[in-house]
Design a protein around this ligand. Structure first.
Ligand code: CA
Length: 274
């Protein structure tokens, strides 16, 4: 685990590089999609944190809402607008609907929402170590899930991130301004799709930047306490100039009740493979 290139933001705690040993596990090949999350909501009547709050965070270029429903922006991140009626079923605001994008990863789900989904599905979130092991796809000390270069030899895009000038102009060279359907880009060596870019993915661990300094080597579960939960993989908003966290070692976090238009999750089987 960890950043062997010295490219991470110091406050993220991507170093030291260290070896961990994990019991075998089975992880989803894609992030949980809108169609999958809909089955959970249909069966349980569950209401997400964003639905309870009545608002959630939408990237400014993607808002699908009446101007009266745009309530303000986040301090320090004016490209995040607080939109009334934005939730998993209306990921860009009330004028958007999941049925138009059933095969996109679900977003506008908090860490707590993800845990409830997992219980319903008989699954769990990956630990941060499990996520990184899976994302590396069998490669060692590489920058990305597929190697060290951002693009393929022919120049094609291998993940959904930002091209252009963040946060005002996205040239969409990779084909997507916001979320892409799952399986839009080639899988990694383990057959996992979009571990880099598209949407952030919640992990089970609490986030602590200094955790790697003394982390256990056997099945690390993360610190016992924290303020934020780990998110991995980066999103369609990542850009080298602003957030180079689409590298496999990159770490970030958010508070457990937060939801936004660029964070979802994938799940792991509760029982280990035999
Ligand atoms: Ca993109």
């Amino acid at each position: 685990m960890g950043d062997a290139f010295g490219e991470g933001y110091p406050n993220d705690g991507e170093v030291p590089v260290h070896e961990v040993r994990l019991d075998a596990y089975r992880i989803d090949t894609t992030a949980v999609t809108n169609a999958m999350f809909h089955r959970f909501v249909r069966d349980t009547g569950y209401r997400t944190a964003a639905e309870e709050y009545g608002t959630s965070a939408v990237f400014h270029l993607t808002v699908a809402a009446d101007p009266a429903d745009v309530l303000g922006s986040a301090s320090g991140a004016p490209w995040w607008l607080n939109v009334r009626g934005a939730d998993w079923a209306h990921p860009a605001g009330p004028a958007s609907h999941w049925t138009d994008i059933p095969d996109h990863p679900v977003v506008q789900v908090s860490h707590s929402d993800a845990l409830v989904y997992c219980r319903w599905a008989g699954r769990r979130l990956p630990t941060e170590a499990e996520w990184e092991r899976a994302a590396r796809g069998g490669l060692h000390r590489k920058r990305y899930a597929w190697g060290n270069e951002l693009h393929s030899a022919d120049g094609s895009h291998l993940c959904n991130i930002w091209q252009g000038t963040f946060p005002v102009e996205n040239t969409q060279d990779d084909g997507f301004l916001t979320t892409a359907p799952v399986k839009s880009f080639p899988p990694n060596g383990y057959g996992l799709y979009e571990v880099s870019g598209n949407v952030w993915e919640w992990c089970s661990d609490w986030f602590l930047p200094k955790y790697y300094r003394n982390a256990p080597t056997e099945n690390p579960q993360g610190p016992s306490i924290g303020r934020g939960r780990v998110m991995r993989g980066g999103s369609y908003l990542c850009h080298d100039s602003y957030c180079n966290r689409y590298r496999v070692a990159a770490r970030s976090s958010n508070t457990p009740e937060s939801s936004s238009g660029n964070c979802g999750f994938r799940t792991v089987a509760v029982t280990s493979p035999t």
